[in-house]
Structures are given as structure tokens and as C-alpha cells.
Design a binder for this molecule. Structure first.
Ligand code: MG
Length: 377
């Protein structure tokens, strides 16, 4: 039987500019190598088996559970990012294990209710270091998860931790594998938020034809298919938009890689970001994102609901900050080490949307005129 080690396989299949597992800087708490799993395969498995990852299934991406069951959750968003990132990574002969682990990690620190939850926690901690979901993902995997007797957190490889830190600081240039995840994240949400908004009824298909990216996509679809229903059209639109953006990024990135002359992973991250769309696609993407911001993310229904979510988180925050003895034991030790506010933020950010919605409602009086009363829990 032929048995190839991770290192041999990577030597064979990966480009010179890919990050090869043999070059890993290792883990904070040294561990023996696994006999047949590479370091980033182990990281991937550790993330999938952690509690914070499973809770992504009950955390929102843009739309809360009140809008039904069609739309993306933070978990399904993450899986779409993994898929797009691996497609890009495989086509560029990059390290897919590292890409997959980084993509699974990228939203692990999101608190309940997405950016609404993040903004209120950040305000509540404004004099205590603030709250940022990218940074929180690092706290989760370095401190808050308790799954292994030998160390706190998941003891992930340094390349993953550095990649996640880049997402917060945006300083320097990360490995190509990390750049791929950022790109895939953006392609995924631009596309699926559109699909969700159409399904939920916040957007009408005709509105899309005002932006060039979607207009061109609609033209391609109509030249290929006739008589599509609105539902069929929006499904085909999602596939087409992903395909066209992934293909564009691949062509533009290959060209930049050739021009850079990079022969190693280090050289590939020594200059500007290389994984990016073409200039024309970047402009079209910006136009589409602007449209989503105005017509979806700032839609009055969402703004109103976000206000309610923020009230619930604030009420829970005040409750636990006043009574830290009610926190689970390990969060009480964070109170002693890093202060009550950080411990409460750690505890609340690990909750699911449903938990916060139910607990928050018991602490927050509802005004009879509040339209969120009509949302079913
Ligand atoms: Mg994301």
C-alpha cells in the first residue's frame, strides 16, 4: 500500500508559493506530530469539534431566525466560505488544509446577533479595550474553549492565529491562504445576502438590475435560459455570481503571482495583497456592496430588530455585571484576571441568538407599539 505523508503530498501537489506544513512555526504548547494527519488537518478538526463552532448554527448572519429557515446562519455562511476558499486554493495549488482551517475559524468570535451584538458589546467595553469579533475568535481558541487536558483553548498552529490577528489589525500582508479566505468571505456574503434578501422579500429582482454586476449576470442567465420563474432566476443568479467572481479572482491573482515572481510563501507575502479581483470586478463589487448596504443592511425592518437585539444584550450585560457571582465558575476567574466587563462579554458572546432573545426579553419591558412583538420566538 502506498502511504504518503502530508509533507510528501504537499511537496507533490502544492505550488512553491504555497505554505507547506513542514515550515509551520508550530504551536504554543508543543505537541508530538500526528502519525497521519498534518498540522492544519488537526487544526481543522479541533475547530469543528469545539462548542463555539457548533453554536454558529444558532447565530445569525444578516437575518435572525424570525425570518424563517431559508436564509444563511453564521454556520452555513462559514461552510460556503470554506467551499469557495477551497475552490480558489485548489486552483492556485495552495495549502487547502490551512485554507479550510482558517475559513472555519474566521467567524468563530461572532457574538449573538452579528454586528448588532458586536457594536453594543464594543460600546459597553469602550473604556476596557472594546470588543471585536476577529479578536474574540482568538480568545475563544486560545482561552475560552476547554477541551484538552494539556492546555487551554485549542492550541492551534501559529499560522492560523497570525492569520486571524491580521483580520483584526490589517497590518502587513498575510499568507496567500489567509488572503484566499478573506476573498472567499466577501464573495460568499455579497452573493448569499442578496439571495436571502430576495427570498425574504426585502429585495425585488427588478431592483438588482440597477447595478452592473447583477445586470450582466441577469443578461447571461437570460441568454441561456428562458421562462425562469423568479425563484429559479434568483437561484441561478447566485451560482452565476459566485462562478463569475471566482473565475475573475483566479485570473487576476494568477497574473499578479506571475508578475510578483514569488517562489516561496514568504516571498508571496512580502509585498501587496495578491489575491484580489480585477480592477473592473472590484469596481462592480463595490457598487453591489453599496447597494446591499442601503437596501438590505439598512432596511428599516432590520434596523428596528437590531435595536431590540442591542437592548437585550445590554440588559443581560447589566444584569451579569451587577451580579458576577451568577456567572459560571470559569468566567468568574476571568473577572479576577481581566475584570468583570471582559468576563461578561466573553460569557454573553458565547451565547446563541435564541438564548439572548429569550433571556433578554425577561429583563426588558416591551412597548406595546414595538413591532418586534409580532415576531414569533
Ligand atoms: Mg464571514
Amino acid at each position: 500500500m502506498f502511504e504518503a505523508t502530508t509533507y510528501q503530498r504537499e511537496q507533490h501537489f502544492l505550488a512553491n508559493y504555497a505554505f507547506h506544513s513542514i515550515d509551520t512555526k508550530g504551536r504554543k504548547y508543543p505537541e508530538m506530530e500526528h502519525p497521519y494527519r498534518g498540522p492544519f488537518q488537526r487544526d481543522r478538526d479541533r475547530i469543528i469539534h469545539c462548542a463555539a463552532f457548533r453554536r454558529l448554527s444558532e447565530k445569525m448572519q444578516v437575518f435572525t431566525a424570525h425570518f424563517g429557515t431559508y436564509h444563511r446562519t453564521r454556520l452555513t455562511h462559514t461552510m460556503e466560505v470554506v467551499g469557495i476558499a477551497r475552490t480558489l486554493g485548489r486552483a492556485l495549488a495552495l495549502n487547502e488544509d490551512l485554507i479550510e482551517a482558517a475559513a472555519l475559524l474566521h467567524d468563530l468570535g461572532h457574538p449573538p446577533f452579528g454586528h448588532a451584538g458586536e457594536s453594543i458589546l464594543d460600546a459597553l467595553l469602550s473604556y476596557d479595550g472594546g470588543f471585536d469579533h476577529n479578536e474574540q475568535a482568538l480568545r475563544v481558541v486560545e482561552k475560552l474553549e476547554h477541551r484538552y487536558p494539556g492546555f487551554p483553548g485549542l492550541n492551534l498552529s501559529r499560522e492560523l492565529l497570525e492569520g486571524q490577528l491580521y483580520k483584526k489589525k490589517k497590518q502587513g500582508t498575510p499568507l496567500l491562504e489567509i488572503q484566499i479566505c478573506d476573498m472567499a468571505d466577501s464573495i460568499a456574503y455579497d452573493t448569499h445576502d442578496l439571495d436571502d434578501a430576495i427570498e425574504i422579500g426585502i429585495l425585488k429582482v427588478e431592483q438588482l438590475l440597477k447595478t452592473s454586476l447583477w445586470k450582466e449576470s441577469a443578461k447571461r442567465i437570460r441568454s441561456r435560459w428562458t421562462g425562469l420563474s423568479e425563484d429559479e432566476f434568483s437561484s441561478v443568479l447566485v451560482h452565476d455570481l459566485i462562478e463569475i467572481q471566482v473565475s475573475d479572482v483566479l485570473i487576476a491573482t494568477k497574473q499578479r503571482l506571475i508578475e510578483s515572481g514569488a517562489q516561496t510563501a514568504e516571498e508571496a507575502k512580502s509585498g501587496a495583497i495578491l489575491v484580489a479581483p480585477s480592477f473592473e470586478m472590484a469596481e462592480q463589487k463595490a457598487e453591489a456592496e453599496n447597494f446591499l448596504l442601503t437596501n438590505v443592511y439598512k432596511h428599516s425592518t432590520l434596523l428596528l430588530q437590531r435595536k431590540r437585539c442591542r437592548q437585550f444584550i445590554e440588559a443581560l450585560f447589566t444584569f451579569y455585571a451587577d451580579k458576577p457571582e451568577q456567572l459560571p465558575t470559569r468566567y468568574q476567574s476571568i473577572c479576577l484576571q481581566e475584570g468583570i466587563k471582559r468576563a461578561v462579554a466573553d460569557f454573553l458572546s458565547g451565547m446563541t441568538d435564541g438564548t439572548v432573545w429569550n433571556l433578554g426579553a425577561t429583563l426588558t419591558p416591551k412597548s406595546p407599539a414595538d413591532p418586534s412583538n409580532s415576531l414569533s420566538d
